[in-house]
Design a protein around this ligand. Structure first.
Ligand code: SAH
Length: 209
């Protein structure tokens, strides 16, 4: 099923990074959704994971991961652990992954799954990810997997020099992927794929409700 997912959903839509394709062939996505939904795990769509949240569509996971330009040495911060699937893909491709989830039940389920799958380079914390993870900063890469009005200021402060941020920015119901790169000459911004993510809720995100 994973081979099929990669060859029908990712390659034809332009995902090129061989390491990303290999990671998506390896990570068992069906173990990141409820048993009752395992048969839909490799569908071309996002799926519900409880608490009103979703595991992102495989293609969206692939695009965001590819935009991060991971080589294997990076320290990565993810905001919005959800199921833990994106964190597992990142863990295959980077040195260390720190991921924050605001919903306790999801954070706990993700910790359990990642442990059962022996991902030892991922740390999950419960809390408001818009504040970042100051004790572990700076991060070489930051990925926000929830829709944000803008990049939260604390996250920009926790990004290393030459760091990259990937985030769906825009309105509450539709966004566009933004890739921001810190360089010696300043900040470079590129807009990519249109997308629809659940909202980033927190001090530097949307207000609840
Ligand atoms: N990356 C996930 C999908 C995330 S869905 C996966 O692979 O399954 C977005 C997640 O962001 C939701 O679980 C939501 O609860 C969480 N979230 C929203 N606002 C947040 C915040 N301020 N800090 C941390 N997590 C947040």
């Amino acid at each position: 099923m994973r081979e099929w997912m990669v060859s029908t959903q990712l390659v034809p839509r332009g995902i090129r990074d061989k390491r990303v394709l290999a990671a998506m062939k390896r990570v068992p996505r069906h173990l990141f959704v409820d048993h009752s939904m395992a048969n839909r795990a490799y569908d071309d769509s996002a799926l519900p994971i409880g608490e009103g949240q979703t595991i992102s569509q495989p293609y969206m996971v692939a695009v965001m991961t590819e935009l991060l330009e991971l080589t294997g040495n990076e320290k990565v911060l993810e905001i919005g652990t959800g199921s833990g699937y994106q964190a597992a893909v990142l863990a295959e491709l980077a040195k260390e992954v720190f991921t924050i989830e605001r919903v306790a039940a999801l954070a706990e389920a993700a910790i359990q799954r990642l442990r059962e799958l022996f991902y030892q380079n991922v740390q999950v914390r419960m809390g408001d990810g818009t504040l970042g993870w100051p004790e572990e900063a700076p991060f070489d890469r930051i990925i926000i997997t929830a829709a944000s009005p803008k990049i939260p200021d604390p996250l920009m402060d926790q990004l290393s020099n030459a760091g990259i941020v990937v985030v769906p920015v825009g309105g509450r119901y539709s966004q566009q992927l933004l890739k921001l790169k810190k360089t010696d000459k300043g900040v470079q911004e590129e807009y990519h794929t249109p997308c629809v993510f659940v909202p980033l809720i927190g001090e530097y995100g949307w207000k609840e409700g």
